[in-house]
Design a protein. Sequence first.
Length: 394
Amino acid sequence: MQITRDCKVEPIRQSVQFSNKLLDKNALRVVDIIYKAGFEVYLVGGCVRDLLLDLKPKDFDVVTNASPEQVHKLFKRSRMIGRRFRLVHVMFGARDFIEVATFRSGKVQTAKNGVIMRDNCYGKLEEDAVRRDFNINALYYDVHKQEVIDYVGGLKDIEVSEINMIGEAKARFKEDPVRMIRAIRFSEKLNAELSCEIQGCIIKQASLLKNISSARLYEECIKLFQNEYSLQVYEQLENYGLLKYLFKQTHKNAFIKKACINTSQRIKQNKPVTPAFLFAVFLWQAQNNRFVHIKKKQHSFHLAMMQACDEVIIQQIKQVSLPKYLTTRIKDIWMMQPKLEKMYPKKIEFLLNHPRFRMGYDFLVLRSKSINPELKEEVDFWTKAQENALCNHE
């Protein structure tokens, strides 16, 4: 069911009792405190969607009719953030927080290009529902009544595995172009079909991503690729013409495919992953090409490598801003490759003790299994070196 922002409909209410194993205790605590203070409050969005699909949500968001200032007063350990739309983060640890938003109304302030600049007009639950992006993300869970509230047909879309936009896709993508890459991610994560309207609009409006800040796109890229469906997301971004607005220097090859699959496998095995590794893979060919060009004029191998690293990263952060600690790790991985390609016995101990050795070694391994099969001997050398070091340590 598609509705416009001005439609007034009675919501579907579905009784659901979710497993306590899937619910976040901190989120329930936040909901309870706001509820006891006399406000309307719900779990909302992706967490409700995932709970309905028996998936464990990564994040729990809360929405209420209390203003950000009122929510902030209820929690000593909280902070208000955001300019475009004010939010409250209720803190439970340095990186552990529950995000609380106030119901939004239909009134927004947009720039000339249509992008939402200010969104601090608060409204009612039904107004908030039609302001969200996709039907599947506009579901609310009343913890105390144990029921899901659906104003837009999200329950039906979840049942048929389909992703539909709330309102007209063309206008909603213009308001916030990031919705295009979110649509791709949700489609792969949920194994759901994008509506024909969404598919057509993404292809026509891909260039709108140029209107989004590089800092915001960094956060979205982390969500895009650090998951179990990394390769599928990459391929869909390429198919829809979105990838070039995130990584214009990147072109698919066997190395990227291998790295995406490796990332997915590590996540499935609960092994740590870092965006530095995958971004280093994405930009490796560009770094190589730039190095070859610079080396023709720069006689120093090391300086040519450093210059190539810097130039490629400078170009990248114009599209997707990368934190300095991340670019440092990326350069470390790249600079370690020529060192690992040389099998000098005198350098073994020094390189094994390098803080980026393991990432550099893993990078070399994936290269040998994809674009550089000639590096197998070098990989075997460093594998043996690690085994010997371990034996000596024991």
